[in-house]
Write a protein that binds this ligand. Sequence first.
Ligand code: ATP
Length: 385
Amino acid sequence: MTNMEAEIITIGTELLLGEIVDTNTRTIARALRDIGLDLYRTATVGDNVERIAQAVQESIERAQAVITTGGLGPTVDDPTRQAIAQAVHTTLEFRPELWEQIRAHYTRYDREPSENSRQMAFIPHGAIPIANPVGTAPAFIVETEHSAIISLPGVPAELRVLLEQEVIPYLQRRLQLKDVIKTRILRTAGVGESWVDEQIADLERLSNPTVGLAAHPGRVDIRITAKGEDADKVQERIAEMEDVIRQRVGEYIFGTDEETLEGAVSELLQSSDSKLVTIESGTEGLITRLLTESCASFESGEILPDIPNIEDLEQILESTIQNHGVDVGIGIRVQPEEDLTKVDLVVRRGDDMICFTRTYGGPPEYAPYWAASHALEILRKQLIS
Ligand code: ATP
């Protein structure tokens, strides 16, 4: 069989107008990635029967699975049911069993279904209904000779449940997908993307596993992805690649997958029984915010409007450390200067103090993140040395 692919069509004029952010595409894309079903295109269409029907017709020409979200509600102008019927040249039919489910749903909440809600019991002729245990609108699948159109509700929580419980198992069966795809992210800080790239460029050219980079201010993620039919073997491939990468850039890796730099520093502070104070200027309180959320050992954070230079920053940090009777402190000063942003950092743990000044050439609004990442990475190194 040729390579299988899927397409996603999100439906809703409010998506096109930017009134709501399309999170459904991302949810579906990730679920497809995990079962190894390729996704090359996604589209968003407004609440218009003709345009939805046309988009669906185009997608089923190319893809073996087309997933739509939204437009399944109870009003006459919820367009998806009608559009799918039109796309496959059929009509809507009333399905008494769906009407029963819809009525039962309303009864559970002690309500009478409105006359409009009968609309939801009409689905394209021959469609396979998907019961919706978490909402009212039934979802459905229309199978064609070469494709399957799967229409799901727009509400993200409903979508997630139906996707996981019904749609993914259905796609695996129908398209005979056997591969599992696994991903591991190694998170680094304190080094630039180009440096990391130089260290592992040869690995980035491999195909299974693949290795790719994603840069954030002051941090670089290394993503390892492997696929295969045997989940243990896939995991092994990832682990082997992780070892190779750690040999090359391991000292900059602060965590994996969902771990954060703040979290890593927080754990180290706790295990060394240390408390931390911070002083910051020109950062809109970023470091205080990050640490308040994630760090139990965070003693105090001062946000000062203007600190003239790095010597003053050092002195203020020094006296704050003494006043609070702690042994760890971070001082950050971010100052815009012509085209660049100047960043002063002072990081102190006991007698070990590191001060430096750097210029940051990226967008000025990212400078506080860059500075916070560097300061936390320096502290992390001090805490593990
Ligand atoms: P319902 O069964 O609740 O009527 P529906 O299938 O008719 O659902 P819509 O009316 O299109 O879905 O959307 C319902 C709500 O779900 C929207 O108001 C919006 O908040 C959210 N939503 C819809 N599409 C998306 C999307 N692509 N990403 C994120 N949220 C969405």
